[in-house]
Ligand binder design. Structure first.
Ligand SMILES: Cc1ncc(COP(=O)(O)O)c(C=O)c1O
Length: 417
């Protein structure tokens, strides 16, 4: 039987797909200047510093700090907020392994909360998870679209608990024209290749608090502040412990070029996603993920909610058979999306430790924080993720690619419904 397409859709590397001479020249300049270190060098042009300033302006926060990955950004941000043993951190069940990894690395305990049909933290469930040990709420703007920040911030205020926004999958996303990452106490980003701004490796921490910025700045480096690139080794409140997470100048230079392209990339993804949504809106069995602010969606992913888990599994299989997937990313149900799902993370479910003493699960300070991470812990999220499928929306889709997706989904719907 003839397939809808004879080859898959383009790869889904939003930022990476837009590399051209500009990124090449930016990287080459740093190499020609023999100055890949951000604080000094024979002819340092301070690309990371410029990137930080431009990124802070783009997001609308006072401060931004470049780091070497999104994982590092999370750990640095949490450490800057003082997260450690005895602290509980509320996280959604749909996230990425780097989030519990960062919490546990600092000696604190992750506490799972349900997601709702936005596929991000369910504000109603957060309140049920708060204890006297809760020290942070981590909001993850998953799969390109925003969480309901207004409602989440109300809870944060009511209980006086800070909010960390992980915007790794929604760089440039907004609510009411305000950029994600600027709502909470602190925001983090990843610039890994699958992200909207891609430098291969890299990340950013943003905040409006000078105090948290100064702590993050010291912690991401050697544990001490710097002035004009030189360490201040005096005994001050910012003499801490470092993570060795600095961003290098090549990353900074590429990041600056990519940042300028973010609006174009988002525009392309949104256009493709909107066209597909409109094109399949006539199929009553298909429901869409709820988007808190359609205008602020980055368009990176389309999530379809199907009548049940069995149909969702078959729908994904049919889409793959018809080559309606991007690059190597086969269409799957959300629940199959690897270590984005709490119960797929064995080290979390089984409470593994990197050290023989079971740190931090076994710490005296954490003795009251005993929680489950097995499948079934979040029944509403489990059900939703089992009956939904993820469709990546590459930013370089042609009109023909978009037409194929619409046509293919209609053909599959006819087969299954
Ligand atoms: C939501 C989220 N947070 C954090 C990260 C970690 O970023 P990195 O791979 O740059 O460490 C990623 C992506 O990989 C992510 O998707």
């Amino acid at each position: 039987m003839k397939k809808v397409r004879n080859k898959p859709l383009p790869f889904e590397f939003p930022g990476g797909n837009w590399y051209d001479k500009e990124e090449q020249q930016a990287a080459l300049k740093v190499i020609k200047n023999k100055s890949p270190f951000r604080y000094y060098g024979p002819k340092c042009t301070f690309e990371v510093e410029k990137f930080e300033k431009e990124f802070a302006k783009f997001i609308g926060t006072k401060y931004a700090l470049g780091v070497n990955s999104g994982t590092q950004a999370l750990a640095v941000a949490m450490a800057a907020l003082g997260i450690g043993p005895g602290a509980e951190v509320i996280i959604p069940g749909y996230m990425w392994i780097a989030i519990p990894a960062s919490i546990l690395r600092l000696g604190a305990i992750p506490v799972l909360a349900e997601i709702d049909d936005t596929f991000t933290l369910d504000p109603e469930d957060i309140e049920k998870r708060i204890t006297k040990r809760t020290k942070l709420i981590v909001v993850v703007h998953m799969s390109g679209a925003p969480a309901d920040m207004k409602r989440i911030l109300k809870i944060s205020k009511k209980y006086d608990i800070p909010v960390l926004e992980d915007c790794s999958q929604a760089i440039g996303g907004e609510i009411d024209g305000k950029k994600l990452g600027s709502f909470g106490t602190i925001g983090t980003y990843s610039f890994q290749l699958n992200k909207i701004l891609g430098t291969g490796e890299g990340g950013m921490v943003v905040t409006n608090s000078l105090h948290f910025f100064r702590r993050a700045d010291a912690i991401h480096d050697l544990g001490y502040p710097r002035v004009n690139g030189r360490l201040i080794t005096k005994n001050t409140p910012y003499a801490l412990w470092g993570f060795g997470g600095r961003m290098n100048e090549i990353t900074g230079a590429i990041g600056r070029v990519q940042l300028k392209k973010v609006p174009k990339i988002i525009k392309a993804m949104k256009k493709a996603k909107d066209t597909i949504k409109k094109g399949i809106a006539d199929i009553p069995e298909i429901k869409f993920r709820r988007i808190v602010d359609e205008k602020g969606d980055t368009g990176a992913f389309l999530i379809l909610i199907l009548p049940d888990a069995k149909i969702a599994r078959r729908f994904a299989e049919e889409m793959n058979k018809e080559n309606l997937y991007a690059g190597l990313s086969k269409i799957m149900r959300v629940c199959e999306f690897g270590m984005h799902i709490y119960y797929n993370i064995h080290s979390l479910v089984e409470k593994h430790s990197n050290s023989p003493d079971g740190f931090p699960w076994t710490l005296e300070a954490n003795k009251e924080s005993i929680y489950s991470y097995h499948k079934g812990t979040l029944p509403r999220s489990d059900e939703l993720m089992e009956k939904s499928i993820m469709i990546p929306v590459p930013s370089v889709m042609t009109e023909k690619d978009i037409e194929d997706v619409i046509k293919g989904i209609h053909i599959i719907a006819k087969r299954l419904f």
